[in-house]
Design a protein around this ligand. Sequence first.
Ligand code: EPU
Length: 427
Amino acid sequence: MQKLFVQGGTRLKGRVRIGGAKNSAVALLPATILANSEVVIEGLPNISDVETLSALLEEIGGTVKRSDDSVHIDPAQMTAMPLPNGKVKKLRASYYFMGAMLGRFKRAVIGLPGGCHLGPRPIDQHIKGFEALGAEVTNEQGAIYLRAEKLTGARIYLDVVSVGATINIMLAAVKAKGRTVIENAAREPEIIDVATLLTSMGAKIKGAGTDVIRIEGVDELTGCMHTIIPDRIEAGTYTIMAAAQGEDVLIDNVIPQHLEPLLAKLREMGVEIEEGEEQLRIRPAKKLTAVDIKTLVHPGFPTDLQQPFTSLLTKAEGTAVVTDTIYTARFKHIDELRRMNAQVKVEGASAIVSGPVQLQGAKVRATDLRAGAALIIAGLMAEGITEITGLEHVDRGYEQLTEKLTNLGAKIWREEMTDQEVEQLQS
Ligand code: EPU
């Protein structure tokens, strides 16, 4: 186990290249189960979630070969092997094995998913969708059992706008008999990316990226080649880092439209942003002014950038209210930021940040992926050294983070933890 050290105060300068989208990758990999021959995905990020899902594809009989920038998955020999425990518990997105295996085999046994602890994260809408398509779904000793004689297209209205449920229902419906309509669907770019892959495999999907998705079931899906979209949350994280501590930072391989809510808020704070076709250039504000944010479903401000953005607000002048309407308890980073001298209090689903303050380096713990990003941003701004544990969360979603930040001039390094430190952390 490793910990991360950040020596604060250096200015970031140079170019950083963004990798493939984590939240697409984690759905694209299970989606390959639905094909009958090799699928090649280019540009997958080098993160532990991709390794875990690749291992799960191998566990059910797939062949996964990784070359430089692409992954070749041969799903031909896959079976409906139950996956009740083990790696499925490591991440939330293992729930996509439910939709994909149900679509291909008409049955699946998948352990309840793990992932970041952001408060309650039910999967009732996924199950509602599977049942509407004709599956019987039971929860037996912590695993979800799905069985269907056949899947038949249906009209499904999501009571909650959910990324996971939208994708999972698409995965199950592409091979169902007849037409499925998903109403009140989520509209994230990752949903369009998954629909693009499925369409290249031969699926008939219309409306991905809007709140009504129509799917005409087909009998067979074939292999294909797909290039993943860039990670808007990784790009957003580096954009916030540049706003916090940058001199002149160029962010490469980004779709600026995916980041509009963040860019609008940063401009309101005074940050200078130039948008290119696939690039963003960030220059610092003369003075950072506090702004309120409220997370919403896409295309609103993404909850995944709420925690990193809160760190930036500690440097801004004034009081800011940060409200998370998607995960109302996604505030575990706040206690850690307080250890670093941040003036923040949590009231219900909001954090109230007063600034500016000079953060101080401290020993802190990343409790989840984006909390980790928030603490690294805080560490970059702080006086002295910040020591961050809980790196396994960060490595699930940020590829080559230490290398990318070192290239930008940050003083950041990893060290192995002693056995005693690991014990203390786990107690
Ligand atoms: N919800 C329900 N019932 C459901 C599904 C969701 O009530 O059946 C609720 C959730 O509790 C939440 C809201 O609906 O309050 C939205 O949840 P959603 O299903 O959209 O989230 P998710 O699919 O589980 C994905 C990302 C998250 C990201 C959210 C919201 C993946 C693997 N995860 O989660 O990403 O925060 O969408 O945009 O795609 C992250 O990357 O750090 C991360 C947590």
